[in-house]
Write a new protein. Structure first.
Length: 196
């Protein structure tokens, strides 16, 4: 199986035998259900679409809370309505995780782009601590170039992290422990794929 859908629970740490501590993200992967099997003949490519119910109360609303499509070379052996659990990742060492990062609203240039402000004397500012400073010349080109780093909406982007190490899998609780931080808020849905 190329991947599974999960939900970010939080972070903790795992202690190795030599005493070193590894920060890990706890991901809950409730059994996913195959909702559709796409084939080369019918859809033009091979893929499996997984659905995941709302993990908090799966009996209240039988609609799928989250859907994810995973491309694969061969779809033989996969049938609609079959369950997929965390055991599909048991032989995998590293994964790719995709999620939506936390939205931070409208932010200024210091937080959004890392401008230095007065302390580092960037962009010609001398009396306003966190202002962006000059953004262009007057006579030529008489306009502001597209893509200029300015204040604006920050976060809420689709983020993909590759080559994340699986530290531990707890199949009886449907949990995966992945080394390091994962984008998105607590209880945010994640798409976990095999990393080659």
């Amino acid at each position: 199986m190329p991947g599974i859908l999960g939900k970010k629970i939080g972070m903790t740490r795992v202690v190795n035998e030599d005493g070193t501590m590894i920060p890990v993200t706890i991901i809950e992967c409730a059994p996913n259900i195959i909702t559709q099997v796409k084939t080369e003949e019918k859809d033009g490519y091979n893929a499996i679409v997984l659905g995941c119910y709302a993990l908090k109360n799966p009996t209240k609303n039988r609609r799928f809370r989250h859907l994810g499509e995973f491309k694969c070379e061969n779809t033989e052996g996969y049938e609609k309505e079959n369950n997929i659990d965390v055991n599909v990742l048991s032989d995998i060492k590293t994964v790719t995780i995709m999620s939506t990062s936390k939205g931070k609203g409208f932010q200024g240039v210091v937080k959004r782009h890392g401008f230095g402000g007065v302390g580092q004397a960037t962009h010609g500012q001398h009396n306003r601590l966190r202002a962006p400073g000059s953004i262009g010349a007057s006579s030529y080109p008489s306009r502001v170039f597209k893509g200029m780093r300015m204040a604006g909406r920050m976060g809420g982007d689709r983020v993909k992290l590759i080559n994340l190490q699986i530290v531990k899998i707890i199949p009886e609780k449907n949990l995966i422990l992945v080394k390091g931080a994962v984008p998105g808020p607590k209880n945010g849905f994640l798409k976990i794929e095999r990393w080659n």
